[in-house]
Ligand binder design. Structure first.
Ligand code: AMP
Length: 149
């Protein structure tokens, strides 16, 4: 079996992705793999300057990017002390598409994500990002369900 040398974990800052991240970090430690944390700025089509003048839209986009970067930096500081073999990537787009695309670009050996994200929807087995990544990814995918007592 091919070793895990690069593990991509999809982080949306929900409890479910935190839980998936912890498993991904354990695996990265165990296999001495590089861990790539990916956050996708979910970009609906209508944010593309349709309702707001171009200039204020650009400012909004910059602020969103800065906010996402701050959240990712703080996540890494809190969760990765003592582990250096990682990088974080933030891209705009559709989460499921970007998770698969970045996984392919990085030649990841495994994609790890939570079964649910920030939308909650606990009554469904899979959230929509999880479901689409599992259905469409050519790379191996590990989904992690958060056990709530
Ligand atoms: P969902 O299917 O949207 O409920 O989310 C399931 C999992 O997909 C989450 O636990 C994350 O691991 C991942 N995910 C969802 N949205 C994003 C995002 N915007 N960026 C990175 N990962 C995401």
């Amino acid at each position: 079996m091919k070793d895990f040398s690069t593990i991509l974990v999809a982080v949306d800052f929900s409890d479910s992705s935190q839980n998936a991240f912890e498993l991904a970090l354990n695996m990265a430690n165990k296999y001495s793999a590089r861990l790539v944390l990916l956050h996708v700025i979910n970009e609906p089509v209508d944010l593309r300057g349709f309702y707001v003048p171009h200039i204020s839209f650009e400012k909004l986009e910059e602020e969103i990017e800065e906010g996402a970067k701050k959240m990712m930096d703080s996540f890494c500081r809190q969760n990765l002390s003592g582990f250096d073999n990682y990088e974080s990537v933030i891209v705009p787009g559709l989460p499921y598409e970007q998770i698969i695309q970045q996984g392919e670009q990085l030649s990841a050996d495994l994609i790890v994500l939570g079964t649910h994200g920030r939308t909650g929807l606990d009554h469904v087995l899979f959230g929509s990002t999880a479901e689409k990544v599992v259905r469409k990814s050519p790379l191996p995918v590990l989904t992690v369900r958060l056990q709530e007592d």
